[in-house]
Each structure stands twice: as structure tokens, then as C-alpha cells.
Design a protein around this ligand. Structure first.
Ligand SMILES: [Zn+2]
Ligand SMILES: [Zn+2]
Length: 340
């Protein structure tokens, strides 16, 4: 019998993720929900954070994953926003629609949405997902399924970080850490269309050629994360790694520069020299996830000038555990996806 979904019984790496067959069939959506037959799911660094049990509101057992694309196959009562056959992709979570953030259009910063895929609600490592309507956005009809599944968490995150929150201006100098990861490879492309220079920072050799092909003007290999000594000051930094690179990214900024943080790959906390913020006017910004408006803008740019997919490997659904362990080992170039 074929595998229907992958289940994490409890956090941690001692036990493998479990491949489960529930006998097929389409799960019935509840009020305000739809069922989506998934084509693909991304395997994201956040899935590793979830699995490590670093997020206190994780509920287990749970189906991991928050990056899916597919077609609506069933519509629940009061879910008329979507129609059977629509191609949709997941946002990370739902939104209440009525709080201060939602009223301002900032649905990814909703103060009461609680349907967080892979943490509270069953996620995308499955043939079907049942979600609330507003945890979805309209996917591109023609985009390859792996790219479409990961678009929100890679290009969407990069778009929101660089453009919506980071305020990237034409002609600026941009630095991107973890540039060989999914968000990094997307960010290099988005930045290269606007910035005067894009400095891509990686920890290991072997990524130079591909990052230059995506538009990086300089690729810095920095195994010790002391790259701030060898980079000319930048206007905007996107830190896709976290604590190992955060302070070097902050120190790479010009006076008045800004760093947007999107990576959190290790569990150490960062410490900050507050003087860099106070006297040098540097800003540290957190983006939140991309919302529907960010995705619409990102997709519009893709239609004008197509992005290069950051998906570098795809595995069948039943290889989910192996995929996560490969990502955990580090140094992976681009994104892995699970194909249903
Ligand atoms: Zn993700
Ligand atoms: Zn809200």
C-alpha cells in the first residue's frame, strides 16, 4: 500500500520519521477549510528546528512540513474563496483577518492566527493537507511543482526581507550569508536585479560558480565567519544563517545600514554590542513570513523575468527522514523537495 503521510511521533533524532499508510481516500475539510491534493513539499531548515523540539508550542504526533503546492480537491462549508481545481500553495500559517495586523494587511504578523503548519496543524509531508482558506495563496499555474512548493519560504522570504522590510534601493551594496541555501539563492537573484553589488557569503568551497551565475558579484568563502574583515561596508545584509554569522553581518554594515535576520539554524543565542546600534545607527529587522501581497509581487516579477529554481534535488515522500538527515548534515546546495 502506498504511503499517505509522514508522521513525527515525538521531537528528536533518535527515532526516524514514520511513513504511514491510511488506506487512501480524501480527507474531509471542516468549516472554513479546504483539502488540497499535494504535488510536492519542501524540506526546510525550519523542519529541523521543529524536529529538534526548539519550538515550545509544537504538538505531536504531527505531519511535518509547511511548504506545499497542489490542487484543491474538496471545499468545506464557508470556504468559498477556493474552488475545486484551484492550484494553491501554502503560507506558513493562517490569519484571523480582524486583528490590528490583519487589518493593516500584515497577515503574516497576525496576533491570533494559530494554524501553524507542521507545528500545530498537520503539514505538507503528505499526499493531502486540510487547511484553513487563508493559509493558502494562489500558485502559478505552470510553475514546476518543486519550485512552486518552496517558492513562499525561499523567494517569498527573500522578497519580503529585501524589498518589503529591508527597503532595498537600486544601486545599494547587499551582503547575503548562507547564500548557498534556498533563501540565499533566491535572495541573490532578487538582489542582483537591483543592487550595485551582491556579496554572497558561504561557509564551504564549491558554491562560487553557481552563485555567480545567479548574479552574485563576489563570493566569500568564510569557514570561520569572520568575513566582516574582508568585505567593504554594505547598505543591507540578509542573514540567512543566524548566530554563527549574525555579528559579522552586523559589523559588515555601513553606518546607518540594516540587517534583516531570517536564519536561525543553531540553537545558541546571539549577543549584540548595543553600541553598534546606538552610535552607528544600524538596524536589526525581523521580517515575519511573506503574505499574499508579497507573493503576488514576487510572482509578478517571476512572470516578467523568470527566477532560476533553487530546488536541487527531489526525493519520494517515503524518503522524508533521509532528506531531513541529509539537510542536518550541512553544506547542502539549494533546496530538497519531496514529490508525491
Ligand atoms: Zn520553510
Ligand atoms: Zn489577525
Amino acid at each position: 500500500m502506498s504511503i499517505d503521510k509522514i508522521v513525527m511521533r515525538e521531537p528528536g533524532w533518535d527515532a526516524d520519521l514514520e511513513a504511514v499508510s491510511s488506506g487512501g481516500g480524501i480527507p474531509t475539510p471542516g468549516p472554513g477549510q479546504v483539502t488540497v491534493a499535494l504535488e510536492a513539499s519542501g524540506v526546510c531548515h525550519r523542519d529541523l528546528i521543529d524536529r529538534a523540539g526548539r519550538i515550545p508550542f509544537l504538538m505531536t504526533p504531527i505531519v511535518p512540513g509547511h511548504e506545499g503546492v497542489g490542487r484543491v480537491v474538496a471545499v468545506g462549508e464557508g470556504a468559498a474563496e477556493w474552488t475545486v481545481g484551484d492550484r494553491v500553495a501554502t503560507l506558513h500559517r493562517d490569519a484571523c483577518g480582524s486583528c490590528q495586523s490583519c487589518q493593516a494587511g500584515e497577515t503574516s504578523l497576525c496576533q491570533s492566527g494559530a494554524f501553524v503548519l507542521g507545528l500545530i496543524a498537520d503539514g505538507t509531508y503528505a499526499r493531502h493537507i486540510v487547511t484553513t482558506c487563508n493559509a493558502l495563496y494562489t500558485a502559478d499555474a505552470a510553475m514546476e511543482s518543486g519550485m512552486a512548493a518552496t517558492l513562499h519560504c525561499t523567494f517569498g522570504t527573500a522578497w519580503r526581507s529585501l524589498i518589503t522590510v529591508g527597503g532595498l534601493n537600486h544601486g545599494e551594496r547587499v551582503l547575503i550569508t548562507g547564500a548557498n541555501g534556498g533563501v540565499g539563492m533566491a535572495a541573490v537573484q532578487i538582489a542582483a536585479r537591483r543592487a550595485r553589488e551582491v556579496v554572497a557569503v558561504v561557509r564551504r568551497e564549491g558554491h562560487e560558480e553557481s552563485l555567480k551565475a545567479l548574479g552574485a558579484t563576489q563570493v566569500l568563502v568564510s569557514p570561520d565567519n569572520r568575513f566582516h574583515y574582508s568585505v567593504a561596508p554594505v547598505d543591507l545584509a540578509l542573514d540567512c544563517v543566524g548566530t554563527p554569522t549574525f555579528n559579522a553581518a552586523l559589523r559588515s554594515l555601513r553606518v546607518g545600514g540594516r540587517v534583516v535576520v531570517v536564519g536561525n539554524v543553531t540553537d545558541e543565542r546571539s549577543s549584540v554590542n548595543l553600541g553598534l546600534l546606538i552610535t552607528m545607527g544600524k538596524s536589526v529587522l525581523g521580517p515575519g513570513g511573506a503574505n499574499r501581497a508579497d507573493m503576488a509581487a514576487c510572482l509578478a516579477e517571476h512572470r516578467r523575468e523568470p527566477f532560476t529554481s533553487v530546488v536541487t534535488s527531489s526525493l519520494p515522500l517515503d524518503q522524508a527522514d533521509a532528506a531531513q538527515r541529509r539537510l542536518l548534515a550541512g553544506g547542502h546546495h539549494g533546496r530538497m523537495v519531496l514529490k508525491m
